[in-house]
Structures are given as structure tokens and as C-alpha cells.
Design a protein around this ligand. Structure first.
Ligand code: ADP
Length: 504
């Protein structure tokens, strides 16, 4: 070991006092689930962290009934200013318990502590602060005078940003006056359960927030439930499609935030070192478990070799290992199932003739790991250029002209995000204007802000989260205009320009 290497710097686990088992959080109380309990494990060590209840149909029924009572009797009658006070209280409690939440998130999800500590948890607090400010200003959200809440929202979230996705769902729903039943993903329920404690600490009226745990069948029961007025889902396109079918023809409003296969476009006039950092952040942040990950690198042909060479050098310095170590860049893959999928798709990449290169790193004995990997000479038609891998795997493609870059970038069934790297502002604006992606980052990547709407085109879903657009998904205006009123099919050129310039 060289003297230049980092000494271990593990964050202490002592700050998190996990209970051996968790029930469901319904009507302000912890209750037993009637389904079969399951374990949540640390993907870095495969150690069992806690026993988690499964909500069956009956439990889901109780949760929806509690949310309905809370909606009818308290939450929908409360002034926006008072709802805002509760949300501010939650935001402050998240800040007070930030370290504990970050450690719990890294334990349960496998993400590096520096990400959960510096990105996820601060954004969770920011989301609650932001929507707390909206609660008494709904008349000014652009939805007409006196917009109304929808009622009970069923919210189903994935495992890649467990607490952040919870905040993206719960904060706007409550600010708009809805009550919620939220189901976290089965591999990462812990921070949602700690959040239930925060709800109790904040003395929210019982039933305003209910947390039910379980896997797909619990989610299905929730989506199907006739007492639900709104379904908000983030997850795979396959499940999103199923949900859209289930709610079709009912009164339920739905927003779906699904998969992606984002292009990260590097022009030859880009500051290359900065672009390399952006490529790394785009695909290796959160082990690539990011729906807006920059998983397709489109690099201009004349700088291709240089970019790939520098990228490999940078990747060789990434430290993979214990998520709780403050020096770790790449944590664990969230589950064995996901690891199998990443391996299978990578094998297909090789079989289809792409050149595979993985960063040289030591893989720990236990747990689920995948070394940061790039595939060079990938063609547009190859599987790894089309399918979402949802792991630390980058496909490299080349282009010669901006027009070719745009065509290749848009050649995907998805349309969630994209990145552009160039020194020329006019080129960035011209290209951003033609990309069919909900978010376009310029000379940066994977940046989030509660004031900025986020969402997709095509198979990446519909509806927007964040900003006042995110509020629209939980309100109906007097005319009955609903969630989509603020989301035109095509953004105006001026809107796109604003976003391209100030990627938040
Ligand atoms: P991922 O590929 O990220 O695991 P999924 O779409 O499978 O995404 O899961 C996202 C969330 O949807 C999880 O909370 C999961 O339990 C839930 N879920 C899975 N299947 C269904 C379903 N058929 N109906 C509703 N929710 C589901």
C-alpha cells in the first residue's frame, strides 16, 4: 500500500438505533402487518438489518381509510399556512436527524455516505422547505383561483433514492392538501420508517401520512384501491405500464416517472477535464442506479480517443467499497437481483462486439458489487445502447456533427434527461432545443433542485415533479383542470433556453 492511499474513515453506525422489527405506520400508530414479514439487508455485507412487515389488502384498506378520515376531518379543512407549519417542522427535523438518516440510507441502500450525507438528505430537507413555502400560496401556482387537493394519494417509490423519492412525493402532496399512503421499495424500507418517526415527532394529525411496506402485491393493492384519488409512481417502465392500465378509466389521476437512457453529449470544444468529471458523475453517481443517469456517452469523433483515455485514468482512481467509509466513491449494488441484471446486460454488450473495460478495483468478498465499467465502440443498435442497465456501466458512441449527435441522442424510447458539454453557449442552446428530454443539463449533470421540474417524455413517463409543476400533479383547478394543465407536450423555446442556461 502506497503512502498516498487513503486510510479507512468509516462513519459510525452508532447514531442509528434500528429496531429489530418494524410494523406498518397507519393512522399515526405502529401496527402489525398481516402479510409475511421479510428482512431488509445491507447490500454491502448481506447482514440482516431489520425485519419488515408486509401489508396485505386488508392493511392497505386500513391505511387508505385512515388517509381518507384525515383528509375529510382535518387536513383538507386546515389553512394552507397551518399545513405549511407542519412541513417546515418536518424539514427542520430532517436536518436535525440528518446524520442518522444518511447512515441509515447508506446501510440499507449501499450508496456511499458522502452521497447520502451531501446530496440525498440535504435535498430531502430542501424539498420540504420548498413545498412548505407553497402551502399558503396555492392561488398563485398558475392553476386558477382556489385550486383544490385531489384527496388520498397512493405513492409508490423505488430503491435508488429511498428518502429523496419519499420527499419528492410527500412534500408536494401535503402542501397541496392531500393525505398520503406511501409504499417504499422492499429492499430499502428503513428511511421511510424512520421518516414515520419524524411524522410522529412533528405531531402531524394521525392519518395524514401512512407508510405501508411490502413488495409488488402491496403496491398493486394500493393502486387498485377504490378509495385512492391519485397514484404517483417512480420505478420501472414495465410496472409503470401496468399501473397505467390498472387506473385507466377510473377517476384516479396518475403521474409516472420511469426509466431513462440519457445521452451525455461531449463536443470537441468542451473543457475535457470538466467533461470527464461530468461523465463520471453522470454514470457512476449512486452506482448508476439513477433513472436520469448519463448512460450513453456521445463523444465527437475527433476527441474520442482522448476522452476515453482520460476517462479510464479517472475511473482508475475511483474507490469502491464500504458505503459508510467517507472516502468511498462507488458503493454496493442494491440487490443480488439488480447485480444479476447488470452482469447479464454487460455480457450481452461483450457478445455484441463492444469493447469492455473495467476499472481495476478489489471487490469485497460479501455483498453485491460491480466495478465501474465502460463499453467502447458501441453501435446505436446494440442492446446496451438501448436498454436501461441501471448500474455503473457506460456505453460510448461517437458522432461527427451536431445533427448526428441530436439524432443519436433522440434515438431511444426514453426521454428523461440529457447532458451537453461545449464551450459555446449558442451551440448548447441550439442542441438543447432539439433534444427530446425532460431535463437538459449543460456543462454539468445530475443536478437537482426543488424549484426545477423533473420528468420525462415518451416511455420515461408523464407528469412533472418539483417546482410549481410538481404541485399541479396534486391539485385540481376550479375548471377541473388537473395535473397536466401545466405540462404542455412541447416546451416553449424560451423555457428550454432558461433550463439549458441555468442547469440547477
Ligand atoms: P425497480 O426496477 O426500480 O426495482 P420496480 O418498478 O420493480 O422498479 O419497483 C418500484 C416500486 O414499485 C417498488 O416499490 C415496488 O415494490 C413497486 N411495485 C413492483 N411491482 C408493482 C406492481 N405491479 N404494482 C405496483 N407497485 C409495484
Amino acid at each position: 500500500m502506497s503512502f498516498l492511499e487513503y486510510a479507512p474513515a468509516p462513519e459510525s453506525r452508532a447514531i442509528v438505533a434500528l429496531r429489530p422489527s418494524y410494523g406498518l405506520f397507519i393512522d399515526g400508530q405502529w401496527v402489525d402487518g398481516h402479510g409475511e414479514a421479510f428482512s431488509t439487508i445491507s447490500p454491502a455485507s448481506e447482514e440482516k438489518l431489520a425485519e419488515i412487515a408486509t401489508a396485505d389488502e386488508h392493511d392497505v384498506d386500513l391505511a387508505v381509510a385512515a388517509a381518507r378520515r384525515a383528509y375529510d376531518r382535518t387536513w383538507s379543512r386546515m389553512s394552507g399556512a397551518d399545513r405549511g407549519k407542519y412541513l417546515f417542522r418536518i424539514a427542520r427535523l430532517v436536518q436535525e436527524r440528518a446524520r442518522e438518516l444518511a447512515v441509515a440510507e447508506s446501510l440499507d441502500n449501499g450508496k456511499p455516505i458522502k452521497e447520502s450525507r451531501d446530496v440525498d438528505v440535504p435535498l430531502v430537507a430542501a424539498w420540504f422547505f420548498y413545498y412548505a413555502g407553497w402551502a399558503d400560496k396555492l392561488d398563485y401556482a398558475g392553476l386558477g383561483a382556489n385550486p383544490r387537493a385531489l384527496g388520498v394519494a397512493a405513492q409508490i417509490i423505488p430503491w435508488n433514492f429511498p428518502l429523496m423519492m419519499l420527499a419528492w412525493k410527500i412534500a408536494p402532496a401535503l402542501a397541496a392538501g392531500n393525505t398520503v399512503v406511501l409504499k417504499p421499495a422492499e429492499t430499502t424500507p428503513l428511511t421511510a420508517l424512520l421518516f414515520a418517526e419524524i411524522v410522529q415527532q412533528a405531531e402531524l394529525p394521525p392519518g395524514v401520512v401512512n407508510i405501508v411496506t411490502g413488495a409488488g402485491p402491496t403496491g398493486q393493492a394500493l393502486v387498485r384501491h377504490p378509495g385512492v384519488d391519485k397514484v404517483a409512481f417512480t420505478g420501472s417502465t414495465a410496472v409503470g405500464r401496468e399501473i397505467a392500465k390498472t387506473v385507466a378509466g377510473t377517476h384516479k389521476k396518475v403521474t409516472l416517472e420511469l426509466g431513462g437512457k440519457a445521452a451525455n453529449i461531449v463536443f470537441d470544444d468542451a473543457p475535457i477535464d470538466q467533461a470527464v468529471e461530468g461523465i463520471v458523475n453522470g454514470i457512476f453517481f449512486n452506482q448508476g442506479h439513477v433513472c436520469c443517469a448519463g448512460s450513453r456517452l456521445l463523444v465527437q469523433e475527433n476527441v474520442h480517443e482522448e476522452v476515453v483515455e482520460r476517462l479510464k485514468q479517472r475511473m482508475a482512481t475511483l474507490r469502491l467499497g464500504d458505503p459508510l467509509d467517507k472516502n468511498t466513491d462507488i458503493g454496493a449494488i442494491n440487490s443480488r437481483e439488480q447485480l444479476d441484471r447488470i452482469r447479464a446486460l454487460s455480457d450481452i454488450g461483450e457478445q455484441e462486439g463492444a469493447e469492455r473495460w473495467s476499472a481495476p478495483c478489489e471487490i469485497p468478498e460479501n455483498g453485491f458489487w460491480f466495478a465501474p465499467t465502460i463499453f467502447d465502440n458501441v453501435s446505436t443498435s446494440s442492446t446496451i445502447a438501448r436498454e436501461e442497465i441501471f448500474g455503473p456501466v457506460l456505453s460510448v458512441l461517437t458522432f461527427r456533427t451536431p445533427a448526428e449527435a441530436i439524432t443519436k441522442a433522440n434515438n431511444t424510447p426514453y426521454g428523461l434527461s440529457a447532458g451537453i458539454w461545449s464551450d459555446k453557449g449558442s451551440k448548447i442552446l441550439a442542441v438543447a432545443d432539439k433534444l427530446r428530454a425532460g431535463v437538459v443539463w449543460a456543462n454539468t449533470f445530475n443536478r437537482f433542485d426543488p424549484a426545477s421540474p423533473f420528468g420525462g417524455y415518451k416511455e420515461s413517463g408523464y407528469g412533472r415533479e418539483g417546482g410549481r409543476h410538481g404541485l399541479a400533479a396534486y391539485l385540481k383547478g376550479e375548471s377541473g383542470a388537473g395535473a397536466t394543465a401545466l405540462v404542455p407536450a412541447e416546451r416553449s423555446a424560451s423555457q428550454k433556453r432558461r433550463r439549458a442556461g441555468g442547469a440547477v
